[in-house]
Each structure stands twice: as C-alpha cells, then as structure tokens.
Design a protein around this ligand. Structure first.
Ligand code: CDP
Length: 233
C-alpha cells in the first residue's frame, strides 16, 4: 500500500490543511480584453477573455443575455503521457462546468446577443487544473471589466490515506481516496461548482467541503491582490 501521509505530513511536506504555492498575475496578454497567468503547485494556466462581442452566427444569439463560452484546453505537452491535441470528453466536461460556474456570477443580462469567450490553456498540469482554470478565468474576467456579482474562485479538498486534506497533488489525486473540487462566490459562499471523485462518508464530505471553502477564501485574497497590483501599480 502506498504511504501518502507520514507522521502527519504529506509526501510534499504539506500539512493536511495546507495549499500548494500559488502565484497570480493579471493582464499578461496584449490582445485579449482581459487575461491572467496563474501557477498553482505544478500547474501553469493562462486565461484569456474576449468580449462581450456580437455572437456569431446570429442564430446562437440570446436576445435576453450574453452567452458565456468557456473553453478549457490542455496542451499536449502539459502532461507526462503526451495528450492528443484537441477536445476530448474530459475537456468538454470541464469547459461546460466552467461556463456554468462563471455564468452564475456575470451580469449576463446587461449584454444581450453577445458572447463572452473565456479561453483556458493548461500549459503544465499537476492535478487540480479545473480549479486553477476557473480561478484564472475569474481574474481575466475582472481584468476585462466584465461586471460580476463577485469574483469566483475554486479550490479542491479530498481524502488520502483516510485523512481529509486540502488541494491534492498529482500523486494524491491518483492514489488517494477522493477529490472534491468546488467553485464559490466567496462573499455569499454560494456554490458554483461541486464535483466529486471517489468516496467520502457524509461526515468526511462536510469536513472536506469546509476545508475547500477555507482554501478558496484564501485564494480569493490572492486574486484580489493580483488585480490590485495591476490597477494600483
Ligand atoms: O486537473 P483536474 O484535477 O481538475 O482534473 P482530473 O481529470 O481529476 O485530472 C487530474 C490530473 O490528471 C490532471 O491535473 C493532470 O495532471 C492529470 N492528467 C493527465 O496526466 N493526462 C490527461 N490526459 C488528463 C489528466
């Protein structure tokens, strides 16, 4: 049996409730309306936002609101086993749940007949890329000046060797018991995304949710610092 926790510490030396190091930079791309580069442990993610702009072809337009179109893409060189380029089931699923999470905080009704395109490119992957992608996309949306109820943020918790832990690493994701990524609106604590891989008891689920919420609130501060750095200098 693999030993993922030894003397109360994880393989990478973290305590159960510790996040991996995170670095966020807003406004890194010249042509995008808003952008963000984010590093989260071994993940490197770029998010670029375009719009609101006229939805084309016209038959996809919604006369009552903007369409939020997130596209999650993993570079073929971002993982150990070269990934075949282009969309697959996994990226289609992540794009869908990301679009829905973001749509819930954007004032889409202000921009009828338009699309807001959110491109998420994973350049390096080390577990937790959907959380990293949503967190970067949220900063890119704010950088683009898209009106939102709040700046969404994502974080995962899970279970390894029977212990509830925050922010799984790749080894923990592969060999652990469960992974619970969430996205929230940090002010209201409204849940925008909740997925679960593996098994948790109800008590463990509550514990993991609490931990993921705590992690997300911390990451939310880093998002705001990155935006302040760009706009306040
Ligand atoms: O990345 P996230 O945890 O949101 O999603 P996942 O489907 O649970 O994938 C976990 C990890 O598996 C990814 O972050 C990658 O490090 C790895 N992975 C991979 O090595 N090759 C793939 N084709 C897909 C994922």
């Amino acid at each position: 049996m693999s030993e993922l926790i030894k003397d109360g510490l994880r393989i990478d030396g973290r305590k159960p409730d510790e996040l991996r190091p995170i670095k966020i930079e807003a406004g890194v791309l010249y042509r995008a309306d808003g952008s963000c580069y984010l590093e989260w442990g071994g993940n490197k993610v770029l998010a670029a936002v375009y719009g609101p702009r006229e939805a084309i072809p016209r038959h996809i337009q919604d006369p009552t609101k903007a369409l939020v179109n997130a596209r999650y893409n993993m570079a073929s060189f971002s993982v150990k086993e070269r990934k075949r380029p282009g969309p697959d089931r996994r990226s289609t699923e992540i794009s869908k749940v990301t679009s829905e999470a973001l749509e819930n905080v954007i004032f889409t009704e202000l921009f009828p007949r338009t699309t807001i395109d959110v491109n998420i490119e994973v350049l390096d992957a080390e577990a937790g890329t959907r959380c990293a992608g949503i967190t970067a996309a949220a900063v890119a949306l704010a950088d683009a000046g898209i009106p939102m109820r709040d700046i969404p943020v994502a974080c995962a918790a899970g279970k390894v060797d029977g212990v509830v832990v925050l922010d799984l690493s790749a080894e923990e994701d592969q060999q652990g018991d469960a992974d619970l990524p969430i996205a929230i609106s940090p002010r209201s604590e409204e849940i925008l995304l909740l997925q679960m891989d593996g098994h948790l008891t109800y008590k463990e689920f509550e514990e993991a949710l609490e931990l993921a919420l705590k992690g997300a609130k911390y990451v939310s501060k880093l998002q705001k610092e990155a935006l302040m750095k760009k706009y306040k200098g």
